[in-house]
Design a protein around this ligand. Structure first.
Ligand SMILES: [Zn+2]
Length: 111
């Protein structure tokens, strides 16, 4: 994934999650999501640093399942879809940190 495409993906992903939080009607939650994504930027977007398109591209249908569940007002399905979106991303980050010498050399400390 080229850097420009990765940047577009990061912006789109952040916009999606902030919009989702904003749709809850809780502005404080939306701000918290936005700030958290900004603060965790380096860790949450390891797939783009590693040029791994599989994980980033998988996010699209995962986001679509979350939206579909919300449109259907199916809370349980939305919860399951959100969990199904979070779990592989979390595992990807863990696996990437463990296996990549390049990433081990990066300063991932958020200050
Ligand atoms: Zn997402």
């Amino acid at each position: 994934m080229c850097r420009r495409r990765g940047d577009r993906w990061r912006r789109a992903n952040t916009a999606f999650h902030v919009a989702l939080a904003r749709a809850s009607g809780n502005d404080r939650l939306a701000k918290l999501v936005e700030v958290t994504l900004e603060e965790l930027n380096r860790v949450l977007y390891l797939p783009t640093l590693l040029n791994v398109r599989v994980r980033t591209e998988a996010s699209v249908p995962e986001h679509e399942r979350i939206i579909a569940a919300l449109r259907a007002r199916d809370v349980h399905a939305a919860e399951l879809a959100a969990a199904a979106h979070i779990a592989p991303n979390r595992q990807f980050v863990i696996d990437a940190l463990i296996s990549s010498p390049r990433l081990r050399s990066l300063n991932l400390i958020v200050s």
